[in-house]
Ligand binder design. Structure first.
Ligand code: DAH
Length: 340
């Protein structure tokens, strides 16, 4: 009896017509699910007389293998067919491409470069690993100047002559050594200082240096250039003020403040109630620097300035912790959209 039943199921399975995916599932339900035909056979198997158990057992197991193989084959066939159909469907929407956004520091750097390029400034870059001459000596730093101190400068190995540049003013030296005036150029780049990392300071940051050398360049040219730059970057109502300062490579030297980008000059916590924010150092190129670079200071004068990109980005976007720029947290980075 049971052997006939097995034979009958096998015949059914051989003849079965499967034309769609649901038929495959129906096959599974009818034959190999818990309540399917094959499990019924296993239940009936208990009643089989001991002398026939060997033959019947083998027949049921063979039927089971046959059915499972058939099911696997059919499901694979319909799955492949399904994905082929999807692949060939030309009306299907395309895979979404997620675009990254520019880093806020790159946005600000590019915007600054763009503003100065409108004034005819070109862009130059110099090496991050520098020598003492280009970073300090040629820029009129006296041998005992604190900026050369081990505290501030990262030296390469123990050679005090090879170091990571502490400012992009080093590119001034290189450009003046290699080019005859007129020179009108800006130098963006990374700089390194041996400083403790905090919300306000980092040991790696970015600067943009500017240099203009020609006949008859005056302090008035410097002031007008920086006013134009500040109003382009922070808005037409921005005011600037220059405070006397000291840098070895400029004489006279100044620090420039812009009217507070948050309160507009009335006083707020960001500008500590003063209405002003310091954003750069500047001055007229010191004749000693011209001398180091073999430019005749009787024929030429020039101005230079240097600013921190992080500081400007923080003011522009209201960011209060410099470390945010380097954490690569996309929730932070995706907030900055720009044409640059
Ligand atoms: N190199 C200075 C710094 O890192 C910034 C600076 C000040 C650059 C005055 C200049 C300048 O070109 O004239 O703090």
């Amino acid at each position: 009896m049971i052997l006939e039943k097995i034979e009958q199921i096998k015949e059914e399975l051989e003849k079965i017509k499967i034309s769609k995916k649901e038929d495959v599932e129906n096959l599974r339900l009818k034959y190999i699910s818990k309540k399917g035909e094959i499990n019924k056979l296993f239940a009936d198997f208990k009643k089989v007389s001991p002398d026939k158990k060997k033959v019947v057992g083998k027949a049921i197991n063979d039927l089971k293998t046959f059915t499972v193989n058939k099911f696997d084959e059919l499901s694979k066939h319909f799955e492949d067919k399904g994905s082929d159909e999807i692949k060939n469907d030309l009306t299907r929407p395309g895979e979404p491409l997620t675009l990254g956004t520019r880093h806020p520091l790159a946005i600000v750097r590019n915007e600054i470069i763009e503003i100065f390029s409108r004034l005819g400034f070109s862009v130059n870059e110099g090496p991050e690993i520098e020598d003492d001459w280009h970073v300090f000596s040629a820029l009129n730093f006296p041998p005992e100047h604190p900026a050369r101190d081990m505290q501030d400068t990262f030296f390469i190995e123990r050679d005090p002559d090879i170091l990571l540049r502490t400012h992009t003013s080093s590119v001034q030296t290189r450009v003046m050594e290699n080019n005859a005036p007129p020179i009108r150029s800006i130098f963006p780049g990374r700089v390194f200082r041996n400083e403790a990392i905090s919300a306000r300071a980092h040991c790696i940051f970015h600067q943009i240096e500017g240099l203009y050398v020609d006949k008859n360049v005056s302090f008035a040219d410097l002031k007008q250039t920086l006013l134009y730059f500040s109003q382009e970057l922070f808005g037409k109502d921005t005011k600037i003020r220059l405070r006397p300062s000291y840098f070895p490579f400029t004489e006279p030297s100044a620090e420039m403040d812009v009217s507070c980008t948050i309160c507009g000059g009335t006083g707020c916590p960001i500008c500590k109630g003063t209405g002003w924010l310091e954003i750069l150092g500047c001055g007229m190129v010191d004749p000693n620097v011209f001398k180091s670079c073999k430019i005749d200071s009787k024929e030429y004068t020039g101005f230079a300035f240097g600013m921190g990109v992080e500081r400007i980005a923080m003011l522009k976007y209201g960011i209060t912790d410099i470390r945010k720029f380097y954490e690569n947290d996309t929730r932070f980075l995706n907030q900055f959209q720009s044409a640059w």
